[in-house]
Structure formats: structure tokens, C-alpha cells
Design a protein around this ligand. Sequence first.
Ligand SMILES: Nc1ncnc2c1ncn2[C@@H]1O[C@H](COP(=O)(O)OP(=O)(O)OP(=O)(O)O)[C@@H](O)[C@H]1O
Length: 479
Amino acid sequence: MASDSWAFSVDQQEATNKTSEVLWIRDRRVILNTEAKETAKPPDGDKSDEEEKEDRAAQSLLNKLIRNSLVNNTNQVEVLQRDPNSPLYSVKTFEELRLKPQLLQGVYGMGFNRPSKIQETALPMMLAEPPQNLIAQSQSGTGKTAAFVLAMLSHINSANKWTQCLCISPTYELALQTGKVVEQMGKFYPEVKLAYAIRGNRIEGGSTIQEQVVIGTPGTMSDWLTKKKLIDPKKIRVFVLDEADVLIAMQGHQDQSIRIQRKLPKDCQMLLFSATFEDSVWQFAERIVPDPNIIRLKREEETLDTIKQYYVHCRSKQDKFDALCNIYGAITIAQAMIFCHTRKTAAWLTKTMSAEGHQVALLSGELAVEQRAAIIQRFREGKEKVLITTNVCSRGIDVEQVSVVINFDLPLDKDGNPDNETYLHRIGRTGRFGKRGLAINMVDSEQSMAVLKAIEEHFNKKIVKLDTEDLDEIEKIAH
Ligand SMILES: Nc1ncnc2c1ncn2[C@@H]1O[C@H](COP(=O)(O)OP(=O)(O)OP(=O)(O)O)[C@@H](O)[C@H]1O
């Protein structure tokens, strides 16, 4: 299938050092570490009788799951996975990625048919022997989490009852979400256990824990490694940093992550994932991941074509609210996330929308982490149809049914400048894995218009004007 488009071309001039070369895989820039490439070989195939037996049983269940998964999967994803321009495109099957049978079962059990582009590109690098380090970027909702979870689970020796994989998540909510993926993916691999190094999870210190995977936030993770000695850093084989851009935007997280990394053995595999790569993220990535393979997107590839972007011209806060009501009046919205700049606006909007009869939840930074997780869980279960929020706690949330993202206020950084990264994270809450999504921006001043234009220019993607008085026009954008 379209194998010619996978030709590698080598660009020596872009080589960053003697052992690296820059490759263009299709139009994607990939730097491969040549030294590592030469020594890379597929995982060891030696298996005991017992393992062979387990594999055969797993295989038969797997065939059943593949059949079910093929029946259940949506057409949209299948079409995109055959489109070479889509981030979901793949030339390989999961079988070709040489996953353990138990993990293949997990993958098919989750309803996945084929890997996405990031999965098929990153997994061979991550599963190679000796382990390869990786810095990887892919658009939101294209399967990064699934990719590194597979890598972690693949490297575990389940007979060893100690921690072998660490995954740092920037927030409590994301740690739980990633944990859920580990549980689902590892459903047919019950020997593997998971622990959460997050605030409130009080495990007594003194002796090391048995869980092979630990997911957590940097502070608690660091505590578990150093003060409580629950994990022996020298036994860690895989270290993952997820959502690195969000991670370094949070105070103290960068230093704590570096401190953790320094305790790990030299041959521990380091994997870093991010949806955006501003300079600060790069600097951090290069500091923390030695000799990496690199998968990066071009700027204009960062936003997904499946997410249509619009803006609405308004005169005031009330006007924005009226526009919102018109949108709700014209199209069926499965679930929506609405982003506000301040807690005050978010609270006002929650009250006003609730008064109009919408099922609304408010997620804001002042809530305790457990409360925030509970609100996200209710939203995920569809108990509320609208989630109104300020920035912080909503990054990286994966809720499949979100069909519309509304920027009630455009994202600004702390100096009041356009915040492109946050914009990308926000709109990425819709259009998850090939689903169509709408992103609607409310503009109510010359300044916010300038912010919109700057964002448009940054990503080199048109944001189209929408007239919310014209119901026919709104209806059209939903198709
Ligand atoms: N190969 C696949 N086939 C079908 N669905 C998939 C596949 N890989 C991942 N998904 C689903 O797509 C959604 C997005 O995946 P995931 O959360 O891994 O993306 P992500 O790139 O980590 O997103 P973000 O950048 O927002 O963190 C999830 O609901 C996941 O279950």
C-alpha cells in the first residue's frame, strides 16, 4: 500500500550531530540516531512452553476480538486511515508492530483496528532492542497515549514484582486518564499492576512496591522515589514524560522531572511526548532525553483538518451568550467544552446557561483535585452536556463525544499575548481520533480580533467568519 511514499531521503545539512541524520518520511521530518539505528534489532523471540501456550490461547481470543472490532468501528476512522494526508493513516497493522499477544488483545478489545501514524512510526523505535529514546510530537487525539502505554507494557517483565516503568503526567486528571488506558490495554495481561503516584494516594514508605507501572505527577513521584523509597530508580527501564508542553508550563514540574530523570540508569529508555514544541519545550526535551529519535510535525500540520475553525463577531459578553444560544438553537451538539479567561466569567456563564435549561458543569482551578476528577468523570459519562472551564485542568482531557469547542474568550498568556499552544490544546478537545469537530471563537474587541489573526497566522490555517444570526449558515457548518 503506497509504499513509494515512504521513501526515506537523507538531509545531511540538517544533521544535528555526527550520529544523527535527518530523514523526511513522506513530508515529515524525522531525525534518526544512526548509531542507535544500526544496533537496533527486533525484540527477542525466545519463549518458554508456558509462554507459547499462553500465546496460543491469547491468539484465539484475539481473532474473536478482531472480528468484533472490525464490525464495530466507525467508517470515518477507516476512511481516514486510508488517506495518506491524515494523521491516522497507517501502512501497517498492529500485528506487524510485533506486540505481545496479550497487548494485541487489549488493543483490539479497545476497538482499535489499525495504528495511527504516530503509533506506527513511534512503536518500532520504542520497541527496538536495545531501547531507543524518543521525542515525539503528534496532533491532539491521534493516539500518543495509546502508543507509549503499549511501549511501557511491552517492556515489562511481569515475573519481576517491582516498578519498571514510570510515567509522569502534568496533572492529577491526566494521570488517572492515562492509568485507565493502561488498565484497558493491559486487560489481558493481569500480571501487570499499576499504581498512581498522585496527591492523596497515601502509601506508607519503607519498602518498595510491587506494581510494575507507576503513573503520577512529578512532585509525588519524586517523593516516592527519594523520600519514601517506594521505587528503586535503578530498576526503571522506561521513563515517559507525557504532555511535556503542559508539564513545563506548571511551576516546579520541570525541575522535579529532571531530578527524577537523573536518578534513573543510563540505559533506561526515555520517551517524551507533546502536542506542541515551542523553544522552551525543545530545550527541556533535549536536556532530559539523551540521543533521541525525533518525530516532529510541521507548523501547518499541528492543527487537524477534521476540526473546522470559525469565529463570531460580538459586541459584549451578553452578545457572546446570545451567539452561543443561537448556535445551540441551530445545531445538535453532543457535548461541548467552553473556555473562559477568568473564573468569574466561567461562573457567570455556568449560571446563565443553567438558567436557560442546559446541563452544565463548571470545572475550575479552585476545586480540589478529587472534585475536578469527579466532574470530568460525570462529563465523560454524558451526565452533563456542557463543560465550562478556565484553562488549567482541562488540558489533555479525552472525551470522545465533544463535538464543539467554544472559546468564549481567546487564550492569552500571562503577558496578555496570544497563546497559540493553549489554543491548540483547547481545540484539540474535539475531533478526537478522526471525529469531526467544530471550534468556534468569540471575538468582541479589536484586541481579541488581533489575537485571532495572530493565531490564524501562526498555524497558517484560515479561521472563517460565522454569522450566528443566520441559522442556515450555522446549520451548514455542522455538516
Ligand atoms: N489506533 C487507534 N484506533 C482507534 N482509536 C484509537 C487508536 N489509538 C487511539 N485511539 C483513541 O483515540 C482517542 C485519542 O487517543 P489518545 O488519547 O491516545 O491521543 P493523544 O494523542 O494522546 O491525545 P492528546 O494530545 O490530546 O493527549 C482515544 O479515545 C483513544 O482510545
